[in-house]
Design a protein around this ligand. Structure first.
Ligand SMILES: [Zn+2]
Length: 275
């Protein structure tokens, strides 16, 4: 009798164990299924960087999906080229749109200064993207250039910049706002310009400068610091934040926020500034 009770008890324990085990397996299967469908959802989400590009360049870009940017003329540009583990230099030399957008530019005075090694949002540029909008060659860019009067009362400089994407108007707005809101103590930084349009490569590289597209301006070089001139990588700056904040307000990033700093340099890159 005792043996029967013992055997029944043993059987019921084993059954419980099996039931529990089955339940757990089912549970695991359910969790795996939910995780797979969640990953499916994540894959379908449009990356923030792509959304920023759509928002920043409405004249050219129609829409984006999870890995493509669709231009209004039917051109499609890929977000991720699928090449993983690029070094910073490799990203500079052969980036995709994802590499271009992966560092976040911080507006205003509360940025992390001096920049960490190779932290330089905006310095990685997917060249075909800019060539498509502003011009593929020097002569194509020249057709889009207009002349604006930069800082009429301080510099009185006629500078040539690109009219595409409303960039020339934005630069004129920077000039107007600086002149109407900042005092005479800021004049010395703006009384000369280091240049706007110039079809050239970045010194020491095979990469086009954004000056080639007429979308950048260098302010007075006498008060500027540039890593290639300084001969070291110790970040320095003399340009006041008041000037920088006005540029940023109108869609221009500042080269002084880069590890490879270039404090005279302002560049129209609204995709890094849109909210
Ligand atoms: Zn420059």
């Amino acid at each position: 009798m005792n043996l029967i009770v013992y055997l029944l008890t043993l059987f019921s324990l084993v059954s419980c164990g099996e039931n529990k085990s089955n339940y757990t397996n089912n549970d695991v299967n359910n969790i795996t299924l939910s995780r797979d469908s969640l990953q499916g959802e994540v894959k379908k989400a449009i990356p923030d960087g792509l959304l920023r590009l759509v928002k920043a360049y409405p004249d050219f870009i129609d829409r984006a999906d999870e890995n493509n940017l669709y231009f209004k003329d039917g051109t499609v540009m890929q977000w991720d080229d699928g090449i993983a583990g690029k070094t910073h230099d490799e990203m500079l030399d052969s980036p995709d749109l994802e590499d271009m957008m992966h560092q976040k530019y911080v507006k205003g005075a509360n940025w992390d200064s001096p920049p960490a090694e190779n932290f330089e949002p905006g310095r990685i540029r997917y060249e075909p993207f800019f060539k498509k909008m502003y011009g593929n060659t020097s002569s194509e860019v020249k057709k889009n250039l207009v002349t604006i009067n930069w800082m009429p009362s301080v510099c009185g400089c006629n500078v040539q910049v690109n009219s595409v994407n409303g960039m020339a108007e934005k630069l004129q707005a920077v000039s107007d706002e600086i002149e109407s809101t900042l005092g005479a103590e800021f004049d010395k930084y703006l009384s000369r310009t280091g240049g706007t349009f110039n079809w050239r490569n970045i010194a020491g590289t095979n990469r086009l400068s954004t000056h080639a597209f007429g979308t950048s301006i260098d302010i007075n070089t006498n008060y500027s610091n540039y890593w290639q001139w300084d001969g070291d990588m110790v970040w320095k700056n003399r340009i006041p934040m008041e000037i920088i904040e006005i540029f940023e307000k109108h869609g221009f990033i500042w080269g002084g926020k880069w590890y490879h700093y270039d404090t005279m340099h302002f560049e129209y890159r609204p995709e890094l500034l849109v909210e």
